[in-house]
Design a protein around this ligand. Structure first.
Ligand code: HEM
Length: 429
């Protein structure tokens, strides 16, 4: 049966140690056979009891049905988001994995699923798989352009949290890592056990941010990389002045789901941190110039307004020819060269940030394989166009002139039943 239905995960006969007590206490107490004491990672013959019952989709990345929508039917990302990059706090054992899964479920019992409540995915990097001696389903990230020098991160685990309610998000993070408690609907606290992951994970880096009408302007003052003498376009959801993630320009969740094999039902995730320097974006370009660079060289602000669900850029575009004729290549136009069967192959879940007092995008991209992300990122660079017309590596070439990639990481988002310690011996299965 499926774990998200809240059934007992593993009911192996206990060797007389505390099993009855564990069940009586709602499963929060974990027994160990004396001969396994101190045998990290070993298959554990204990009754771990019942995991708290909570109903969630089998695919962790299944957020779309739980997001808000605008009038055009585009999904609206959670207005506040966090990425918590984690290292192991302790040796991973089946017991600690059990406790972490139970803690996540208690959090999910306290906070409803959805953009008003909480959206959460847990992803694992190559270093995790290396640690448990299992071949990593994703490669360690590499630089994707001669002209970039990103830090190549390989965190054991990354939690991606989203909510429209910033205070709720803060409370969830505190419950997970900083000793906070969460009240359930109705005001009672969950007495079945702890809601923190501290026995397994510790946070090494927090990336925080937002996306949605008005939020970029609210964060503009004093932030490096943003114009200080003029407001951002009224109601813009992102620092660069446009709405992103339009329906026609996104892969679907089905598109990015791993279809078969060991990790079927999961997806892969690329996480990068991109610094923005937008003074000249706003000072030197007018609306038309910005639209040409963001969308396509022959696009106008009026056409963008008439296409609220996005523009279907052709995948077979000859960017060198566009550069010869228009002296500019558009960002979405170039990235569209990676489309398959008429659709993009990555699902973007990025958000803006003012972390450290500087404007940035925390770019989160889901795809069936990391190769799909890499192909899209390379397409975005429009290499064949460089040297044609006035197009250079960073000049008149989409939005590359205004962004610097500072960090990259690749991760696996396992299906929900393995969202904690995937493939850990004695735990997965
Ligand atoms: C500074 C960061 C970025 C901003 C502000 C940005 C913004 C946008 C906007 C406004 C669009 C068109 C509308 C829409 O999304 O629906 C778009 C399209 C797109 N962007 Fe970005 N983008 C950024 C970085 C990236 C990166 C790093 C990638 C990775 C390859 C990427 C891949 C794409 C793709 C695949 C499309 C759709 C292309 C298609 O329609 O086939 N973007 N982006």
């Amino acid at each position: 049966m499926h774990r998200s239905e809240g059934v007992t995960r593993r009911r192996i006969v206990a060797s007389g140690l505390a099993a009855g007590a564990a069940l009586a206490a709602g499963g929060a107490v974990v027994g160990r056979r004396p001969d396994q004491e101190g045998a990290p990672g070993a298959a554990s013959a204990v009754d771990r009891g019942r995991l708290p019952r909570v109903i969630r989709p089998g695919r962790q990345h299944e957020w779309d049905a739980h997001l808000g929508r605008d009038v055009a039917g585009n999904r609206l990302p959670p207005r506040h988001q966090r990425l918590l990059l984690c290292a192991l706090a302790n040796e991973p054992t089946p017991e600690r994995a059990w406790q972490a899964e139970a803690a996540l479920r208690r959090v999910e019992r306290a906070v409803p699923l959805g953009h008003h409540g909480l959206l959460l995915t847990v992803a694992w990097g190559p270093s995790w798989f290396g640690r448990i001696g299992v071949a990593s389903p994703v490669p360690v990230a590499v630089a994707l352009h001669d002209a970039e020098l990103p830090r190549l991160d390989d965190p054991v685990c990354v939690l991606h949290l989203g909510s429209d309610d910033e205070r709720l998000l803060e409370r969830v993070e505190r419950a997970l890592f900083r000793g906070g408690t969460l009240l359930r609907a109705g005001g009672s606290s969950d007495r079945s056990g702890p809601t923190d992951l501290c026995g397994l994970l510790r946070v090494t880096e927090r990336r925080t941010g937002f996306v949605g009408a008005g939020l970029p302007e609210r964060h503009r003052a004093g932030v490096v990389g943003l114009p200080q003498d003029q407001p951002l376009p009224t109601g813009t959801p992102m620092f660069m002045g446009f709405q992103s993630g339009l329906k026609r320009n996104q892969a679907t969740e089905d598109d990015v789901t791993i279809a078969s094999g060991r990790w079927a039902g999961g997806t892969t995730m690329h996480v990068s941190s991109i610094a923005l320097a937008l003074d000249s974006w706003y000072r030197s370009l007018d609306d038309r110039d910005r639209v040409r660079r963001m969308f396509a060289a022959d696009t106008t602000p009026a056409k963008v307004r008439r296409s609220p669900r996005g523009i279907d850029h052709p995948a077979d575009v000859d960017v060198a020819k566009v550069a010869d004729q228009q002296s500019v290549v558009g960002h979405a136009q170039a990235a569209a060269a990676a489309r398959r069967d008429g659709r993009p192959v990555i699902l973007r879940r990025d958000f803006d940030s003012a972390d450290g007092g500087a404007a940035r995008v925390h770019f989160v991209s889901l795809s069936r394989s990391i190769e799909d992300f890499v192909a899209t990122r390379r397409a975005m660079d429009a290499r064949p166009a460089v040297g044609h017309g006035a197009v250079g590596v960073h000049v008149n070439n989409g939005i590359t002139e205004w962004m610097t990639v500072e960090a990259r990481a690749n991760l696996l988002v396992p299906p929900r039943r393995e969202r904690i310690c995937p493939a850990l011996p004695g735990w997965s299965g």
